[in-house]
Structures are given as C-alpha cells and as structure tokens.
Design a protein around this ligand. Structure first.
Ligand code: NAD
Ligand code: TYD
Length: 361
C-alpha cells in the first residue's frame, strides 16, 4: 500500500479513515476523490495529521475517464471505496441518485481498475487491491430470535439504499470471479462518532437535544441497530487491508444492540451530565414519537467472529464509552456543527423529512 485512492473521503467515515490511516502508516500517499455532495465537506478534512500526504480531487466516481486518469497519474495501487449516497430516508424519497452513485459509480471504479491494473499492467497484479465498503443492510431485517448476520447470510435488501449497496457488492464479487481483480469487501453496521452529518440518528439527537428541539423517534422506537464507533471501523478496515484474504468479505460490528429508544435515552442522560445548567435538562423530555419510516427494518445484528478469529480485530469501544466520546466531540466542535448547518441542504432536509412525519422541526 503506497498510493491509495480513497473515494468519498470528505464524508463521515472516509474522513475519519483518512485521519486514522495517516497516523498509522507513515509512507503512504492519499488521493481523495469526492464529489462534495451535501454529505461531503472540506471542513471534515481540516487539521489532518500529515496534510502534505493528502491530495484532494473534487470529482465524480461515475466519471470513468477521470478515475482512470487519476489511477495512472498517481500510480494508484489500492482503492478504498467509501463514496456513496448513504441515507435510507433519502433513498426512499429519491432513489435515482442511489442507483447512479452506488451501482454505476462502483461499476465505473471497478472497470477503471480492471483497465488500468489488469489491462495495462501499470501495477503488478499481486500489489493491487480494491477494497469495497458495504453495509449490514444488504442482509435485510432480523426477527427477535434470528441469529445475527454472518458473511454467508443471504442478501435480502429492503430499501432502495440497501438494494443499491447489494448490487454494488455483487459487482465487486463479479470482478474478482471473472477478471481476477484482487478485492476485499467489508459489511459494517451503523457507525457513529465525530464528523457525522447531523441527519443521521445520533448526531441529530445530540444537536436537537442541545437546543431543546423534539427528538423524533420513528414508530415505536423498538428497532435495533448494532452501533459501531467509527474509529473501530477504521481499524477493522486497516486490518483487512493488511491481512485480509483476497476475495473475502468480513462483517464488522460494534457488538451491542440497543433499541433506538434506549440509545436516545442514553444520549439524553450523557447530555444531562455534561450540561447540568441547560434549561432543557432532563433532555429525555423532548422525545417525540413520529410517523415510521416505510419498510423500516426492525433489527440488525452482526456476527463478527470471522474478523475476530482471522484478523484478531474486536471493537475497542463499548456503547457507553463511544457515546460519551461522541457527545463530547459535538459539544466541543460547535464551529464544525455551525458550518455544516449553515448549508441550505441541512435545513431543507429537516423540513422535507420531518414535516411529513408530524412537523417536529
Ligand atoms: P457519507 O454520506 O457521510 O459520505 C459519502 C461521501 O461520498 C460524501 O463525502 C460525498 O460527497 C461522497 N460522494 C457521494 N456521491 C459521490 C460521487 N458520485 N462521486 C464521488 N463522491 C461522492 O457516508 P458515510 O456514512 O461516510 O458512509 C461511507 C460508506 O460506508 C458508504 O459506502 C456507506 O454505504 C457505508 N456504510 C455507512 C454506514 C454508516 O453508518 N454511516 C454503515 C454501513 C456502511
Ligand atoms: P439512521 O441513522 O438513518 O441509520 P439506518 O437507517 O441506516 O439504520 O437511523 C438509525 C435508526 O434510527 C433507524 O432505525 C431509524 C431511526 N431514526 C429515528 O427513529 N429518528 C430519526 O430522526 C432518524 C434519522 C432515524
């Protein structure tokens, strides 16, 4: 791993991964290709540990000739593919972008890798790697007594987002099987931590609670997610890049599965502890039940024994420690929050998503 193309590196997980890997690997160069959609921001890339080893390129992964050009010009030997449309609720309101970026965009990258690495032999094929970041949502929804998702669970996506990620996973697998492209895939559970765009559950709840705004719980709030602290996720990807077996997929999860309601209550009590003078304490009083998401998956849980046994990776943070760190980060980084909220896309989204659910914002 010398010259790494990171796609979607201005988004939540991609920017955390860039920070992480610049600390861990002293001699790699990062080329960060990101279209800067509403979810990407250069604010996420301020004060990187070793800035001169990071090059940002604004561009679309669907632009095949741009990707090929970057791969040749920067002698790319590793692609870590994060770029995606990533929010289920947005995929329900407007699926087309999800098909374009998640399916066509992944195809565009894979085909550029096939052309440049395998067709032109610019890099020896034993030295290259395409690593694809995917999600537990491709497996569908679990009933209360079902065992967690393993790497061999059948795909059964339920939302346009999940279907587009499932399609991209299949394409990656195909390029390995048919063309011998060296690939690995990781399917991870819900991430949380610094720099997450505040339309997703955890940052939305922290920021609304701080302002005494309603905390909108979809449906009965008894849906279950497997929460993974983003830095643990970055470490897991690093382990897979270093020691993962080619052609394999690895499940990554946080090893904890609260209901949404339990999670939001826990966030509220952390805020009560850190903001005892707030007029909005106890924050839990702002919990509001709103119309459910159509087709809402009930439960996700990850079986992470494969990555634990093969690569000796396990999450370091438990839910309490990860949530504490996250709440503190948002409290201490109000400038970042303000810069993200200043964009019109944020307020437009709140209006569009929550007005129809009962107008809580
Ligand atoms: P994000 O929405 O925060 O960031 C996505 C980034 O991709 C943004 O910077 C955006 O500008 C960029 N992007 C979007 N379309 C692009 C295009 N056509 N060309 C180039 N760049 C483009 O997403 P995230 O939460 O950081 O997720 C990263 C990856 O992890 C995604 O593939 C997502 O499916 C996967 N994932 C996320 C979670 C989670 O909880 N956040 C869980 C499982 C899997
Ligand atoms: P989200 O962060 O959108 O992630 P995903 O849909 O990929 O799991 O949502 C996490 C859970 O929180 C999901 O069950 C939907 C629920 N949720 C709410 O109850 N209220 C909200 O305002 C949001 C954004 C999500």
């Amino acid at each position: 791993m010398r010259n790494v193309l990171i796609t979607g590196g201005a988004g939540f997980i991609g920017s955390n991964f860039i920070r992480y890997i610049l600390e861990k690997e002293s001699d790699l160069q990062i080329i960060n290709l990101d279209a800067l959609t509403y979810a990407g921001s250069l604010e996420n890339l301020k004060n990187l540990p070793d800035e001169e080893r990071h090059t940002f390129i604004k561009g679309d992964i669907c632009d095949h000739s741009l990707v090929e050009d970057i791969m040749r010009r920067h002698h790319i030997d590793t692609i870590v593919h994060f770029a995606a449309e990533s929010h289920v609720d947005r995929s329900i309101l407007g699926p087309a972008k999800f098909i374009q970026t998640n399916v066509f965009g992944t195809f565009s990258l894979l085909d550029a890798a096939r052309q440049v690495w395998l067709g032109e032999g610019v890099q020896p094929s034993e030295k290259v790697r395409f690593h694809h970041i995917s999600t537990d949502e491709v497996f569908g929804s679990l009933s209360p007594d079902d065992p967690p998702f393993s790497e061999t669970t059948s795909y059964a996506p339920n939302s346009p987002y999940a279907a587009s990620k499932a399609a991209s996973d299949h394409l990656v697998r195909t390029y390995a099987h048919t063309y011998d492209l060296p690939i690995t895939i990781t399917n991870c559970s819900n991430n949380y931590g610094p720099y997450q765009f505040p339309e997703k559950l955890i940052p939305l709840m922290i920021l609304n609670a701080m302002q005494g705004l309603p905390l909108p719980i979809y449906g009965d709030g008894l849906q279950v997610r497997d929460w993974l602290y983003v830095e643990d996720h970055c470490e897991a990807i690093h382990f897979v890049l270093k020691q993962g077996r080619l052609g394999q997929t690895y499940n990554i999860g946080g090893d904890n599965q609260p209901t949404n309601l339990e999670l939001v209550r826990q966030l509220c009590s952390i805020l009560d502890e850190h903001l005892p003078q707030s007029p909005y304490t106890p924050h839990e009083g702002f919990i509001t039940f709103v119309t459910d998401r159509p087709g809402h998956d009930r439960r996700y849980a990850m079986d992470i024994r494969k990555i634990q046994h093969e690569l000796d990776w396990s999450p370091r943070e438990d839910l309490a420690s990860g949530l504490h760190k996250t709440v503190l980060w948002y409290l201490e980084n109000i400038d970042w929050v303000d810069s993200i909220r200043a964009g019109s896309e944020y307020s437009e989204w709140l209006e569009c998503n929550y007005e129809r659910r009962g107008g809580v914002n």
